[in-house]
Ligand binder design. Structure first.
Ligand SMILES: [Zn+2]
Ligand SMILES: [Zn+2]
Length: 649
């Protein structure tokens, strides 16, 4: 998934608190689908976790977590920037113990695009693939982002041998600062991926063992051997994983597409997938994002021509918005800018950060003399300037939006500028993007965007590429991942179309435990799974009740009723006060609020002489009569909050 690492709306609050509270109520226990087929039934299903035991498990979690956290605090961890700890072992055929099965458990990224996380377990060994976050939907007001519930892993923290990251997008690395507080396991990724994780962990003040690997490397952890295979995607350093287990090889594609003309000159390592296909692949877990699209995804190189056209036609400044993590795209924009004699200025927090990291690591090649700080742009004519910024999703705090709204303190878009939005809107962001485009036109800029020109290509494989992956690897079992339900089912159908046995294709749900041996597979169990919401420094302390209140407040506002009573007699000591926020315009609603005051006063008087123990009854009665009154008058249901102040006379 191409999530803008910029998401400055999310980053505005730093998540540096050590407070780690997980909310078991946010977890959901999905009911097991009766998907076992005749062949699958032959593995004896284990006893299912019932609702009660899930609750018990959540309670136990606290104590389990404490010991893990303590351990983590004591154990000194180090960051390894080089590959010196790489453990390269010879491939040898693993032996499976009798009756032991491989378990594949998705904790995120199934039935959703976001917070990818998959667990592989055999015997005492567990490895984790990816640890991402997702962004909240409109049902989660005020929530910054969402991470997977990792209760299952914290309960088995001492068995987690390693976390293997396929690439540096937020939906694959964003959950790490939280997971690594509870799980003290080494993390493996390619150089750019590790650099992005390192930055993230530094911000969160979390230490962990980070290990750099290269495509072609193999890491041995417990009974697993994990080989990294080069793929193409919209971020540099993306890899697939070929995991040799005692019952066979499991391939996880990560996010991928097949690009024969990549910007870095290194195409996806098709030969390696074919190698495993020839040897025999037990299971394939493959990216389903673009399964609804026919044909092939265009090469990243194809959009270079559009950039050339736009730059040659531009009379003023050229401002290009892109995903900060799409290094290939940034390289193409920079190449075009330099070819047209323009200097490059990076804008937006994450764009500046990633451009710097990628240049240091050699992923991005832009000579120092072509890069100019925003303060020095005045020295150049408009037709000598190219600005590369964040803000492709219309995020309110992003570089482009601030430039469009004239709220950027150093750089604003003006008449004669050309703005290229080099991305498509992620579903849900269309309105924000359209707003920015309208605004840019209104101030006289020329805007080039996805609907009108080839300024963006996807980073995910379309149907023909997905068929190629299935055909190359020839898996016995297939599990579509990285997709909403519709993507997973379409991908399952695609596998069936090219001849896979339907009984060997598993459309899984979060928390399902898929058990595989060399011959058979079945979903046998469920583990605790779900979403943990992060708001500011609070992790998991937002539950359904808080969300409901936030929604009510945002829709109909708040009415506060302040009643001052004599502590002993319950007598009303001063006039009742009614205050409202976000409910009605107070000045033109005096009658309404005065009548509310009368209702509250008569309720208080009704209870005169009542004992303190009855004061909650006063509040409830007041609340329900005011609710009824306001609804009759306004058809709105504000949140009503009666407050009793008791005074000893
Ligand atoms: Zn992704
Ligand atoms: Zn991705």
């Amino acid at each position: 998934m191409e999530i803008n690492t910029a998401q400055e709306t999310v980053k505005k609050k730093k998540k540096t608190s050590s407070q780690v509270k997980k909310n078991a109520t946010a977890s959901k226990k999905k009911t097991q689908k009766n998907t076992a087929t005749t062949a699958q039934k032959s593995i004896k299903p284990k006893k299912r976790v019932d609702k009660k035991s899930v609750i018990d498990v959540s309670k136990d979690k606290k104590s389990a977590k404490k010991t893990v956290a303590q351990k983590a605090a004591v154990k000194e961890t180090k960051i390894l920037k080089t590959a010196k700890k790489r453990e390269v072992k010879k491939e040898k055929k693993p032996t499976s113990k009798r009756g032991e099965t491989l378990k594949i458990i998705p904790l995120g990224g199934i039935g959703e695009i976001g917070k990818n996380m998959t667990v592989l377990e055999y015997g005492k060994d567990i490895i984790v693939i990816d640890c991402g976050l997702s962004f909240p939907d409109e049902e989660m007001p005020g929530v910054d982002f969402v991470i997977p519930d990792i209760t299952y892993l914290t309960q088995n923290a001492d068995r987690v041998r390693g976390i293997f990251i396929t690439h540096g997008h937020e939906d694959h690395i964003g959950g790490l600062p939280y997971a690594l507080r509870d799980i003290n396991a080494p993390v493996y990724g390619t150089r750019l991926t590790v650099a992005l994780i390192e930055h993230k962990l530094e911000e969160a003040k979390i230490k962990a063992e980070l290990n750099c690997v290269k495509p072609g490397d193999t890491v041995k952890k417990g009974c697993f051997s994990i080989e990294f295979i080069k793929t193409s995607h919209s971020i540099a350093g993306a890899v697939a994983l070929a995991i040799t287990t005692p019952v066979g090889v499991v391939i996880h594609t990560g996010d991928f597409k097949v690009d024969y003309t990549p910007i870095d000159g290194e195409p996806i390592d098709i030969a390696r997938f074919a190698h495993y296909g020839t040897k025999g692949v037990l299971a394939l877990l493959s990216d389903s994002t673009n399964v609804e699209r026919a044909g092939y995804t265009q090469s990243e190189k194809d959009i270079g021509k559009t950039f050339e056209r736009c730059f040659s036609a531009a009379k003023g400044r050229v401002i290009v918005a892109s995903f900060a993590s799409n290094i290939y795209r940034i390289q193409q924009i920079a190449n075009t800018a330099i070819a047209f004699g323009r200097v490059i200025c990076f804008q937006g927090r994450s764009m500046i950060m990633i451009a710097q990291v990628a240049r240091e690591l050699g992923y991005l090649n832009i000579p120092e003399e072509n890069i100019v700080d925003v303060d020095k742009l005045k020295r150049y004519e408009p037709d000598e300037i190219c600005v590369i910024t964040t803000g492709t999703q219309g995020e309110p705090m992003s570089g482009l939006t601030r430039m469009a709204n004239a709220s950027h303190n150093k750089l604003n878009v003006g008449k004669g500028d050309t703005v290229i939005i080099s991305a498509s809107a992620i579903p849900g962001n269309e309105v924000g993007v359209a707003r920015v485009i309208n605004r840019l036109y209104a101030i006289g800029a020329d805007v080039v965007y996805d609907n009108m020109a080839d300024v963006h290509v996807s980073g995910h494989a379309c149907r023909e590429e997905l068929k190629l992956m299935l055909t190359l690897t020839k898996p016995k079992f297939f599990i579509p991942v990285h997709g909403e339900e519709r993507h997973l089912h379409q991908h399952a159908r695609l596998a069936s179309e090219i001849g896979m046995d339907d009984n060997n294709v598993f459309v899984m749900e979060l928390g399902n435990v898929l058990e595989l041996n060399r011959r058979k597979g079945a979903i046998t169990n469920d583990v605790v799974c779900g979403s943990v919401m992060v708001d500011g420094s609070g992790v998991g302390d937002i539950g359904d009740a808080v969300l409901r209140e936030r929604k009510q407040l945002s829709q109909d506002g708040l009415v506060t009723v302040v009643v001052t009573l004599d502590k002993k007699t319950g007598k009303l000591l001063s006039p009742v006060e009614v205050l409202s926020k976000g409910f009605v315009f107070v000045k033109s609603s005096e009658d309404l609020l005065n009548e509310a005051k009368n209702i509250a006063t008569s309720t208080a008087e009704l209870f005169e002489g009542a004992h303190r123990s009855e004061w909650s009854t006063i509040k409830n009665t007041m609340g329900s009569s005011l609710k009824k009154y306001f609804f009759n008058k306004t058809k709105r249901t504000p949140m009503i909050m009666p407050i009793i102040i008791e005074i000893e006379v």
